[in-house]
Design a protein around this ligand. Structure first.
Ligand code: R5P
Length: 286
């Protein structure tokens, strides 16, 4: 039985189809005081031994929904509760950045662990975030899927990551595309919205460039990369990521920078979510 959080309904339906498992009827309500109530009414003990709760924790409410749906699954008697967090919110807060700060990724991982037997997530910013869970947790790599929506006729392409941390994503996307050079920029982050990028020496003039990353959040990183590549004479600049958070004015920033197209997966459901990670997740769940 697949049980979806409100922000992951498209992916949950894809996953149910991939696994040929029923999709639970779910309801999302809110009490007058603002508290959320996510439920799966009508699900009976006989319906499923295994409940797979699928919920990207894109907001505080989504975190709460996930915990409630895990608990509802235990209530109806599911023998095994598996939690799929396609996009794990707070995962980039994986250390105490200043004295007195929490390790927020660890805090949310502990909460999620309390209601489940196993956790799956997709391309976390750092693999080590899986160690924060108190139950077996693993990540699924969907980077190869980023090649799927790209035009088939890219001109002498370069697959580029905006920092060396995302180089493996660029390599996976290039390998899946089947052609192209791989390169990366150097990045220094000055604040939540300010980044400084130092380009490499690769000649991109007249070539198509695909900039790949794990997440586009504010869009500052990608917009900076697109601008630099435009100045260096790139023919078309495509950006693609696993998690298209695209917070606030990110799409406008990228458009103003001159991006050709933006692509992402359905770990976060946005208009640009052209690729489903359901095959990768179902493979890990079989
Ligand atoms: C950080 O290293 C990540 O890989 C992303 O590059 C970053 O989180 C993107 O953030 P933003 O879109 O806000 O620049």
């Amino acid at each position: 039985m697949i049980v979806s959080g409100s922000a992951s309904q498209v992916l949950a339906a894809e996953l149910a189809a991939e696994l040929d498992e029923p999709l639970a009827s779910v309801e999302y309500e809110r009490f007058p005081d603002g508290e959320v109530l996510a439920s799966a009414p009508g699900v009976a003990e006989a319906d499923a031994d295994r409940a797979v709760v699928v919920a990207s924790t894109v907001s505080s409410d989504a975190h709460l929904e996930l915990l409630q749906l895990q608990d509802a699954a235990r209530e109806w008697g599911a023998e095994e509760v598996v939690t799929v967090v396609p996009y794990m919110g707070y995962s980039r807060q994986d250390k105490a950045f200043e004295a007195g700060h929490p390790v927020s990724a660890r805090a949310v991982a502990r909460a999620v662990s309390s209601g489940t037997d196993r956790v799956l997530t997709v391309n976390p910013h750092e693999e080590a975030v899986c160690d924060f869970f108190d139950v077996p947790a693993e990540s699924v790599d969907a980077a190869g899927r980023l090649a799927d929506p790209l035009p088939a006729n890219l001109n002498d392409p370069v697959f580029l990551s905006p920092d060396d941390g995302a180089l493996d994503i660029a390599e996976s996307a290039r390998d899946a595309y089947g052609a192209g050079e791989v390169d990366y920029f150097e990045k220094v982050r000055h604040s939540g919205t300010e980044v400084e990028l130092t380009p490499s020496d690769t000649d991109v003039a007249g070539r198509d460039v695909v900039v790949t990353d794990d997440i586009i959040a504010t869009g500052s990183t990608m917009a900076g990369a697109v601008e630099i590549l435009g100045e260096k004479g790139a023919s078309g600049v495509f950006v693609t990521c696993v998690h298209p958070m695209l917070a606030s004015n990110a799409v406008t920033k990228l458009s103003r920078a001159g991006v050709e197209a933006i692509y992402g997966t359905d770990t976060i459901e946005r208009a640009v979510s052209k690729v489903s990670v359901a095959p990768e997740i179902s493979g890990a769940l079989r």
